[in-house]
Design a binder for this molecule. Structure first.
Ligand code: EPZ
Length: 416
């Protein structure tokens, strides 16, 4: 069980490289199942979620090899994985549904478990695939999706990121034209579409609410480097905002981070784009309001890290979480450090301006783990963060090392 020791680190400065985006790499790896030819993905971050996805690709029959930070996948023939335990380890395993259905006409999935932040249903994925002619049979915790697909028109009741990704991947190899309305517009969707286009897919409207895919007979191999991680960059930006930092986030795509950068700027930070990435100076001082929305709205994955910043501003901040039903579990842990936060349903009221004091805290989910590490930077004394679920390593490539490179007193310690 990983444990981290974080000491008061009032000043961060220096530069750090932003890793490639977990939430872009995962669907792109799943898309490798759509071709018999070799796929090479570069700058793949060392994350347990990526390791799990590579194991799932192998379970589907793909050959997978890694050379430094590049991954090679060749899925000559694919089948639905027999080993379902793997599929339960990670929500994003649902992303093999679209590719397997398009390649071999069947996919047997154990219903992905919910997780700490919510039920995480896949009804929108299944409904959309049924619009393309798929049959869906659910028995117990297993769902079987099968059939020979054809193009169709899909309207998503909610712009689900995963459902949009699954449907694009299924449609890319499905005869006919598929239109997805109310599609998700996240940069990771655009990146997946760019990768699929490199493979020979015909896609229009990526990054908009209306995406059109003209299915092709087959897709060919490709070599690709996904986009930088806007959530890792945002998390590091929040660390700078807490510590009156002077930080360069090398490789950050500020055009993917507008909502967060507006919040930090409104709160008193100086955020400047330059040729190498994003420069941040100063400290967040004024309270803020944040309502999580689908992209380009304020990202739900940044709600917990930004809440830590809000605890140090002078006044009352108001957050509204509209995407996941249970994404305030970091609040109890932040209150153990002395934060003054009140949750009423999906609303959180953060009374800022009070110093935090080090304590022992426990990570409940990925972004909560990152938020608690940030809180330890500005808590007086020492904070120990237990991460029994190994959440941090699921989604951040050495966050503790990156913060240390900026001058933070943080280290991973053998768990007691
Ligand atoms: C993706 O999850 C990301 N994960 C999440 O990041 C991110 O928080 C989320 O998008 C929203 O931006 C990956 O890309 C691997 P959704 P996903 O489908 O696709 C409901 C992180 O910390 N919903 O857009 O699962 C769902 O319950 C993770 O990196 C349905 O009701 O998100 C949720 O309330 C956490 N039915 C909302 O939609 C469905 O069929 C958003 O889910 C699908 C989703």
């Amino acid at each position: 069980m990983p444990q981290y020791q974080i000491d008061f680190s009032p000043r961060l400065s220096g530069e750090v490289h932003v890793s490639t985006a977990k939430n872009a790499v995962l669907p792109i790896l799943a898309a490798a199942l759509l071709t018999q030819e070799e796929i090479i993905i570069h700058q793949v971050p060392k994350l347990t979620d990526v390791t799990h996805m590579l194991d799932i690709l192998r379970a589907c029959g793909a050959e997978v090899s890694q050379e430094e930070d590049s991954v090679r996948v060749r899925a000559v023939s694919v089948t639905s994985p027999k080993e379902n335990a793997l599929l339960r380890t990670m929500r994003a395993s649902v992303l093999i549904l679209g590719p397997l259905l398009a390649r071999c006409g069947e996919c047997l999935l154990s219903m992905p478990g919910g997780c700490a932040i919510g039920q995480r249903p896949i009804d929108l994925h299944l409904k959309g695939l049924q619009k393309l002619g798929a049959r869906v049979e659910q028995e117990g915790g297993t769902v079987q999706v099968s059939g020979c697909l054809r193009g169709g028109n899909i309207y998503l009741d909610f712009p689900s990121v995963g459902a949009t990704e699954n449907l694009i991947m299924a449609a890319a190899l499905t005869r006919g034209v598929t239109r997805i309305e109310n599609a998700a517009k996240e940069p990771e969707i655009t990146d997946l579409c760019r990768f699929l286009t490199c493979m020979g897919a015909r896609i229009a409207g990526a990054g908009t609410a209306n995406i059109m895919i003209e299915g092709v007979e087959c897709l060919h191999g490709a070599e690709y480097t996904p986009i930088p991680d806007r959530i890792e960059a945002g998390t590091l930006a929040c660390a700078a905002a807490l510590t009156e930092g002077s930080v360069l986030l090398e490789g950050a795509r500020t055009d993917h981070m507008r909502a967060l950068l507006f919040k930090l700027t409104e709160s008193g930070m100086i955020c400047q784009e330059d040729a190498r990435g994003l420069r941040l100076r100063g400290k967040a001082r004024h309270p803020m309001e944040a309502r999580t929305l689908s992209y380009p709205g304020f990202p739900t994955d940044m709600q917990a890290p930004l809440m830590v910043v809000a605890t140090q501003t002078h006044g009352l901040s108001v957050f509204l979480e509209t995407i996941f039903e249970n994404r305030y579990m970091h609040v109890v842990e932040l209150k153990r450090l002395g934060a003054q936060i009140r949750v009423e349903g999906q609303l959180a009221l953060i009374q800022g301006g009070r110093a935090l004091n080090g304590a022992h805290v426990t990570a409940t989910d990925l972004r909560a783990a990152a938020a608690l590490m940030l809180a330890g930077l500005i808590a007086q004394g020492r904070t120990t963060l237990s991460d029994p679920g190994g959440h941090l390593m699921r989604g951040y490539e050495g966050l503790e090392d990156k913060l240390k490179a900026l001058g933070a007193e943080v280290k991973k310690v053998p768990s007691s």
